[in-house]
Design a protein around this ligand. Structure first.
Ligand code: ADP
Ligand code: MG
Length: 727
């Protein structure tokens, strides 16, 4: 067998599980131990400094420099007591990964000694070079600097390395001229906007005691685990995160024997270790299980305030990689690492919760509070309907294109599943003509929600946006994404929608309508205007594509096209009016996302050309040579042609595939080259998408056919069955 593949297999097969014991049986003994949370602050800060930070967290108040000095001192003592030697601002540039630049606490003094120093300034603000991060052209000609600025609403934490610990301070990242260069700055703005709108709607119409609210988020994370040795023997996996070639294994997920199956011991060890590390950082991981595809798994935390949930998800992805290494695993976060079996998502469970403890998307037994529930419920539907294209854009990426809209993937249509119970309720209360005529329908006494709904909503796993009883689940988000993007859009849309709702209700009240009636009337208009987005059937079926087209719903299949929604006039109005992005920031983001798409496809094209040329064709030719000498010797021995027919056919078949691959590689290189000469980034992305990428399929088809034919020992790349079933 090919040396590399053979060695990788041996290493993977001989790997011994490593079990790492959690520090205690009780998670509560070490939960949050590496987080500068409320408890830590109470013991390390003076009362006044503690109060200042609490107010910053709860009320969004600014912290002044003198207090920052004190907070820094307290944070430093805490961190050093926990063994930290360095500190870093921890931020989320538009690369998708998190960024850190470590500085030592240690500072030499003039007399040759040294001290541990961490100033208020170092806590509050730093200046990394912005030019080395994606900035989409936002760059002052004489100033490439950017600022990171402390986000006190997400607590500082300590990352443990093998031999050193680092204090990490969550920050936003903005350019010298103030434009956002990251995910967190606009996310915080969107969350602030939605909170304001929610509080206003609740306190004006439903409950005066509502003075605060937050968007809640529980992020389910799907991933694959592959043995590290096999991973490194696959250049495509290593450099693109997915397999560009590979014949589907004889056994895939057809037996459905992996889902919720017993967790393999080595994977279990990994999961326990991951959970331990997560708990120390206050990430409340709650569930773990096998997913549908072989070697696919999922974990999910308890929900948290959205900003914190997103920081925790970014941290979790980091931890997965680090912990995986310990166990000889590579964690694949790509949306579609293997063709022929399921891809991975990051399901965003989202709701809105008030300071009075009410989940605004949870129906209750009480008709009075159900008007409030209905208000938020119908506004979500209207908001998503009006901004479906933008929500689609918020989840667009080269990787997610394989999960949405491509072959063997669900269509990229935004639809909402609410279940038969809610459909029935909405239809009878707000729908169609019958209800319109009936006075009774417009009274809150009838807003009865069957109790069965309260704990037993039906599920539809094919819906990109589904109501699941007390929250909506935005399931179309990609597994590798920073889901801030989706949440910036979702929460901005909701903020804007709720503001519009208030204006509409108030207009009716001004005309003399009673408030309750006005609310119901507006909800009725919204429901009827947007109900075409509701879909209860199989979202993966072909019929849905046709039906959706009839309903006028869009189905934008590719990232370069989907992203256009970010720069439409409508989006600009939405974002600018709600103070989330200005026009410059939007254009820059659009440019960056198109650019990332181009780079991803370009890298895939290069690796594929390389693999085809240096792995696939040589294996094919070697086998062809073997067959040819076999034919020659049979011929020389005087055997009749019918006895080596099969070999001759194989030789011809191999030659055909080799020709297809070789020609396609040439085309691939030419088309990539042409695309690179296009100035406009969007047009370049379109060219990559429609001219370059289709050649991947042609090459793959022939390569996979060769993999099927060629003697196993001559095949150089680990096969799907090895990647997916060795663990
Ligand atoms: P499923 O049945 O969809 O797999 P679960 O009921 O386990 O999911 O919940 C999935 C996620 O939804 C969890 O992270 C959970 O904490 C989260 N979740 C539950 N309630 C809410 C809520 N009100 N807001 C946001 N997320 C929530
Ligand atoms: Mg779920």
């Amino acid at each position: 067998m090919s040396l590399v593949r053979n060695q990788a297999l041996q290493t993977a097969l001989n790997r011994v599980p490593i079990s790492v014991l959690p520090p205690s049986v009780k998670v509560s003994d070490y939960y949050n131990i590496n987080v500068f949370n409320d408890n830590a602050m109470k013991s390390y800060l003076s009362k006044s400094a503690y109060k200042a930070v609490s107010n910053a967290i709860i009320k969004g108040e600014k912290i002044d420099r003198a207090v920052a000095e004190e907070v820094a001192a307290g944070m430093k003592s805490w961190a050093i007591n926990r063994g930290a030697t360095h500190y870093t601002h921890w931020f989320q540039p538009l690369t998708g990964a998190t960024a850190e630049k470590h500085d030592a606490f240690f500072e030499p003094t003039e007399d040759g000694r040294s001290m541990e120093i961490f100033s208020g300034n170092a806590l509050v603000q730093q200046e990394p070079d912005a030019s080395s991060f994606p900035n989409g052209g936002i760059r002052n000609t004489f100033e490439a600097r950017g600022y990171t600025a402390w986000d006190p609403s997400s607590p500082a934490f300590i990352m443990e390395g093998n031999n050193g610990k680092t204090l990490c301070i969550p920050t936003i990242f903005v350019s010298y001229t103030g434009e956002a260069l990251d995910y967190k700055a606009p996310l915080l703005k969107a969350l602030h906007a939605v909170e304001k709108a929610v509080v206003s709607v609740c306190s004006n119409y439903f409950d005066k005691n509502v003075t605060k609210a937050y968007a809640s988020l529980g992020i389910e994370q799907e991933y694959f685990l592959v043995d590290e040795a096999l991973f490194y023997a696959r250049p495509d996996l290593m450099l693109t995160g997915r397999t560009l070639l590979g014949q589907s294994p004889e056994k895939g997920q057809q037996l459905e024997d992996h889902y919720f199956g017993s967790i393999p011991p080595r994977v279990h060890d990994f999961m326990v270790d991951l959970e331990t590390e997560s708990y120390k950082l206050g990430i409340p991981l709650k569930t773990r299980h096998n997913e549908v595809a072989p070697s696919q798994f999922e974990c999910a935390p308890n929900f948290e305030e959205a900003n914190l949930a997103i920081d925790h998800n970014q941290l979790l992805m980091d931890l997965m990689e680090k912990v995986g290494k310990k166990h000889g695993f590579k964690v694949l976060l790509h949306e579609k690492p293997f063709s022929g079996i399921n891809g991975s998502g990051k399901h965003n469970n989202w709701s809105l919760i008030t300071n009075t403890g009410v989940n605004l998307l949870a129906p209750t037994k009480n008709p009075e509070t159900n008007l409030q529930f209905l208000t938020f419920f119908v506004n979500v539907i209207k908001g998503v309907f009006d901004n479906a294209d933008l929500l689609r854009a918020s989840i667009a990426s080269a990787g997610n294109d394989h999960r949405l809209g491509a072959n063997e993937a669900p269509p990229a249509i935004m639809s909402i599943f609410i279940g038969s119970q809610m459909t029935h309720i909405l239809e009878s209360l707000l729908g169609g003509k019958t209800a319109a005529k009936s006075k009774k329908a417009l009274s809150i006494d009838v807003i009865k929600i069957p109790e069965i709904l309260l704990d037993n909503t039906d599920r539809n796993r094919t819906s990109p946006f589904a109501f699941t009883g007390n929250k909506f689940e935005f399931r179309a988000v990609g597994s590798s994404a920073n889901c801030a993007n989706a949440n910036i859009v979702l929460n901005t849309v909701m903020a804007s929608q709720l503001n519009k709702f208030q204006a509409d209700v108030n207009a009716l009240v001004k005309k003399g309508r009673k408030q309750e009636k006005a609310i119901l009337e507006v909800l009725k208009t919204y429901y009827n205007a947007s109900k075409s987005i509701l879909f209860e059937g199989n979202g993966y079926g072909d019929e849905w594509v046709k039906e959706a087209e009839k309903r006028g719903l869009s189905n934008v299949k590719t990232t370069p096209e989907a992203l256009n929604a970010y720069v439409s006039q409508k989006s600009k109005d939405l974002f600018v009016k709600n103070n989330i992005f200005n026009a410059v920031e939007l254009d820059a983001r659009y440019e960056i996302m198109q650019e990332i798409y181009v780079k991803k496809i370009d890298i895939e094209a290069k690796i594929l050309a390389q693999l085809a040329t240096s792995h696939i064709i040589p294996s094919a030719i070697e086998y062809q040579g073997k067959l040819a000498s076999n034919v020659a010797s049979l011929k020389a021995a005087g055997l009749s042609k019918s006895l080596y027919d099969v070999q001759v056919n194989s030789i011809t078949e191999i030659a055909k595939h080799v020709k297809v691959i070789s020609d396609s590689v040439t085309k691939l290189i030419n088309e990539s080259d042409k695309a690179h000469h296009i100035e406009d980034t969007h047009k370049k992305a379109i060219s990559m998408c429609h001219k370059v990428k289709p050649l991947f399929d042609t090459i793959r088809k022939s390569s996979d056919a060769l993999e099927f034919m060629i003697e196993d020992d001559l095949w150089k790349l680990p096969k799907y069955r090895e990647l997916l079933f060795v663990k």
